[in-house]
Design a protein. Structure first.
Length: 306
């Protein structure tokens, strides 16, 4: 059994660790609320963009708008954006994202496609540097407060490459924020743009509205378009792509804070259990020491009498 002095030192050490993990849990909890607000605020805007694009889309538009160009066969070159955190202490959060990216890379390369890897976050950069995987670009300055400018800076050059035909697709691996405890790693293809199905309740599957020209879609959606559908889509399509990446960034940031809060809460609870166990061990050791000292005193007294 360890000596009482050593046990006291271990108890103080674990108590100090518990203070740190409890503080980190509280900080993550306070940041998580703001991150959740950013996720919730981004969703209605994204839904509105998707609805408008779904109403304006017609198959022949792909000939005039390169962002709608669908690959004829298998993709030859794909840009894969992996979003991880800059920090750890969040359980298996970063490891799960890296595992999903590796799975997708292996799948694409198994299909004969080349993969350009674009990394956001120190954890992903560190892993693929260790794995000696070539990286097309990397960023560590976004952190847990992404904004629309960050998304535009990342995806802008990729849209240019896609329009020129150098890329056949752009995908992003991120943590989908369902709740603070449910953040599954997800792969989302953001280019080419897949037109969302219109939410018009009067339109049924198979209705010629989606297969006909913009004018018939326009009458079905009851839009007055100025200056024209082409001019609107020219601005709307890049905005939609940037918004898709922005949503991935804010959802991953919120998911990281949720994972960190959960990990720090578990660490704090475990530290409490360890302290309780060490305290009981210390009490038993102290009691045994006192009993031994009393026995030595009694023995010494008896020896003096004899």
């Amino acid at each position: 059994m360890a000596k009482p002095r050593e046990l006291r030192r271990r108890i103080k050490s674990v108590q100090s660790t518990r203070k740190i993990t409890k503080t980190m849990e509280l900080v993550a909890t306070s940041k998580l609320k703001r991150a959740q607000d950013r996720v919730v605020a981004a969703r209605p805007y994204a839904a509105a963009l998707a609805e408008v694009i779904g109403d304006l889309y017609a198959p022949e538009l792909a000939e005039r708008f390169p962002l709608l160009r669908q690959p004829g066969g298998k993709s030859r070159r794909v840009a894969l954006i992996l979003i991880t955190a800059n920090r750890g202490l969040c359980g298996a959060f970063n490891a799960n994202l890296i595992r999903e990216a590796r799975r997708r890379i292996e799948q694409l390369e198994g299909e004969g496609a080349g993969v350009d890897l674009h990394l956001i976050g120190k954890k992903g950069i560190t892993y693929f540097k260790f794995a000696k995987r070539p990286v097309a670009s990397q960023r560590t300055d976004i952190g847990d407060k992404p904004n629309a400018e960050h998304a535009a800076e990342v995806v802008g050059p990729l849209m240019t490459q896609f329009e020129s035909g150098a890329l056949d697709a752009v995908e992003v691996v991120f943590a989908q924020f369902k709740s603070a405890v449910s953040t599954p790693p997800t792969t989302l293809r953001i280019l080419p743009i897949t037109p969302p199905r219109s939410t018009d309740p009067g339109r049924k599957p198979g209705d010629p509205g989606l297969a006909s020209g913009v004018s018939s879609v326009r009458s079905s959606a009851n839009y007055i378009l100025k200056p024209s559908a082409d001019a609107i889509l020219e601005q709307l399509l890049p905005l939609y792509v940037r918004n898709q990446l922005y949503r991935a960034l804010v959802e991953t940031a919120a998911a990281f804070l949720g994972a960190q809060r959960t990990a720090m809460k578990n660490a704090t609870d475990n530290a409490g259990d360890i302290i309780e166990l060490l305290q009981r061990t210390y009490n038993r050791a102290r009691q045994a020491q006192i009993t031994q000292e009393l026995a030595e005193i009694v023995g010494g007294a008896e020896a003096l009498k004899g």
